[in-house]
Design a protein around this ligand. Structure first.
Ligand code: TRP
Length: 333
């Protein structure tokens, strides 16, 4: 069975754009009976900044995935740091990773380029080794579980290609060991507009948080930008953030109905109310479950620990084999 694996870096607050663009499709895909899915919280990738924030966000993101419906019995859902074999493999992979390959990583290059653009700054200022070797840790995540398919955002494609290169080099030097992974980029993932009509993004400050309270959700939806056409005048669905967001949540039939109401001149106030009700219908039970889980962190941890046991049932024997291959062996054989 094909292994599909993806990691979620626990940083920041989730918004409804993440939900319709990434979380919901991933949870849907994880029910595919022909795939063996691994989902993990990439907390080793998130450390280095404020410790409480890392811990808190790891809980929040894990609770979010569970609340949205990820079934921890059907997939392997774990915290990266609960699988220490990944770190040992990371070191072993360092031995087959060219420094030149890491020099080409976009994230590292961007940090250096920013320093170079600042007069008087050393190019390596505040560049930590974990940024430099980030792709090696990510390769260990992927290669450890013989993942063939790795669903990621476009910005992570290069990292998956590096994992492939590293796997190839290891296989060449030490014999067929790793599966060569391939990135799966969601081409048709919905890009949701934010409050101001630009792409919904934390950096634009135009997001609707996934777990906003009902009151806050309504308040934010009322702020979504529209044109100034009066009620009664026909409206265009193209270029309407309200329509695009509605469509991302609604069924085709509901969307067709709203299209008609645009043509018939629905007022913006009425449309906002309709959108609020539609989103809230879907999110209210998810929000309630999320809040329940956040109030019961031990339950979330239990799920993750059970997931780590499933993961380690694979990583322990595989790491033993890898150690043999590279020459870390018992003398008493
Ligand atoms: N680097 C990814 C991100 O920033 C998260 C991640 C870590 C990951 N390890 C992974 C994704 C392995 C896919 C596979 O989003």
């Amino acid at each position: 069975m094909e292994v599909v694996l993806t990691g979620i870096k626990p940083t920041g607050t989730l918004h409804i754009g993440n939900y319709v663009g990434a979380i919901k499709p991933a949870v849907g895909a994880s029910t595919n009976p022909n795939a063996h899915s691994y989902f993990f919280m990439a907390d080793y990738h998130a450390i280095g900044g404020d410790a409480d924030t890392v811990a808190r966000t790891t809980l929040e993101i894990a609770a979010a995935w569970l609340a949205v419906g990820l079934n921890p019995d059907k997939v392997v859902f774990y915290r990266q740091s609960d699988v220490p074999e990944i770190l040992e493999l990371t070191w072993i992979l360092h031995t087959v990773t060219g420094k030149g390959l890491m020099n080409r990583a976009h994230a590292y290059k961007a940090a250096v380029a920013e320093n170079e653009a600042t007069p008087g700054r050393d190019p390596d200022q505040a560049v930590m080794m974990n940024l430099y070797s980030y792709p090696i840790l990510m390769s260990a995540d992927i290669l450890m579980f013989k993942a063939a398919k790795v669903p990621v955002g476009r910005d992570q494609k290069q990292h998956v290609e590096m994992a492939r290169d590293i796997a190839q080099r290891f296989n060449h030097n030490f014999g067929e060991t790793f599966v060569l992974p391939e990135a799966v980029i969601g081409e048709n993932v919905a890009l949701l507009p934010g409050l101001d009509g630009r792409k919904m993004s934390k950096s634009y400050g135009n997001v609707i948080p996934l777990f906003a309270s009902e009151k806050e959700l309504r308040k934010l939806i009322m702020k979504i930008k529209t044109n100034s056409l009066e009620p009664g005048l026909p409206k265009d669905t193209a270029d309407s953030a309200l329509f695009d967001i509605y469509r991302a949540f609604a069924s085709d039939a509901e969307t067709a109905d709203v299209r008609k109401r645009y043509a018939a001149g629905i007022g913006w106030g009425e449309m906002k109310q309709l959108l609020f009700e539609r989103i809230n219908l879907e999110l209210a039970p998810t929000r309630a479950e999320y809040e329940r889980l956040i109030a019961n962190p031990r339950e979330v941890e239990q799920h993750l620990k059970r997931g780590a046991e499933k993961a380690r049932a694979v990583s322990r024997p595989f790491l033993a084999e890898i150690r043999e291959r590279v020459g870390i062996r018992s003398f008493a054989r």
